[in-house]
Design a protein around this ligand. Structure first.
Ligand code: SF4
Length: 265
């Protein structure tokens, strides 16, 4: 029975990986053979991914078929976008305005850079997901209800509530310029409708992950070094939550960036 603290963690770890989320999405439609899952999700680490889903009580293997458990079905139902929140087009969406830009802590990965909090109004709510194709390096995350956009080193997270966070920004002026360009792109889409464009596949490698880890090699995560942890995280063999030093306030910006980068894994 899933429900305890440890089980919640197992579920969260299981769903923290893109391949496992893909497998779960396939299983929502119908039960699958191993060959079908392998064809869609890849053979690499398939046993490991299935084991993670089984341990979390989300999926099971029955007579060669991979199926969702009752808990897995309920879990996926709660994750499904509610019809009332879903939007098919941008009609009725008002153009955005920048209403707030605030500079916060320096980024731990580069103390010459800052973290910025801003606000765009009105909030886009369920229409935010429709904007994903506008940005070559954009990914809508159902889990956090936000559109994550990468522009060079700058990571912008635009939440459906209208809040925006930006990391690795040199100055408030740079933040305003990036926000202006974001606002312009979105407002153009609001005015004329969205034409989806082919998107570049976002690649996040272990070197990029490593940059944001505490880099103390403390081994709390069970790995020999932060570098080894980064490699295993990218391979889907460990979970970000295992690096508990990231919960220290001084790593707040790094943790936020790592959570965003994890969406691309
Ligand atoms: S717990 Fe975090 S800081 Fe410590 S070695 Fe692992 S990745 Fe590095």
């Amino acid at each position: 029975m899933v429900g305890g603290q440890a089980d919640v963690k197992l579920v969260s770890n299981a769903m923290a990986n893109a391949t496992r989320r893909k497998i779960m999405a396939m299983l929502v439609e119908k039960e699958r053979t191993r060959a079908e899952v392998e064809q869609a999700a890849g053979a690499s680490m398939l046993d490991y991914h299935l084991q993670m889903l089984q341990q979390a009580g989300l999926a099971d293997i029955k007579e060669e078929q991979i199926v969702l458990t009752e808990f897995g079905k309920n879990f996926m139902e709660t994750k499904a976008e509610k019809p009332a929140e879903a939007r098919k087009d941008l009609s009725g969406t008002m153009p955005l305005k920048i209403t707030e830009v605030r500079q916060l802590l320096p980024c731990i990965a580069d103390v010459s850079k800052f973290r910025i909090i801003a606000r765009l109004e009105p909030n886009l709510g369920g229409a935010l997901k429709l904007l994903e194709p506008l940005f070559p390096r954009g990914r809508y995350s159902e889990r956090i209800g936000a559109l994550i956009i990468q522009k060079g080193n700058v990571l912008i997270t635009l939440y459906s509530t209208g809040n925006v966070t930006m990391t690795m920004i040199s100055s408030e002026a740079e933040a305003r310029a990036v926000l202006e360009s974001l606002k312009e792109t979105i407002n153009k889409a609001i005015a004329s409708g969205i034409t989806p464009v082919a998107r570049e596949r976002v690649m996040v490698d272990h070197a990029e992950i490593y940059k944001y880890l505490p880099r103390t090699d403390c081994k709390i995560c069970g790995e020999q070094s932060c570098y080894a942890f980064a490699i295993r995280l990218v391979a889907g063999e460990t979970a970000l939550e295992k690096c508990t030093p990231l919960l220290e306030p001084r790593f707040a910006t790094s943790l936020e960036t790592l959570r965003a980068l994890r969406e691309y894994l």
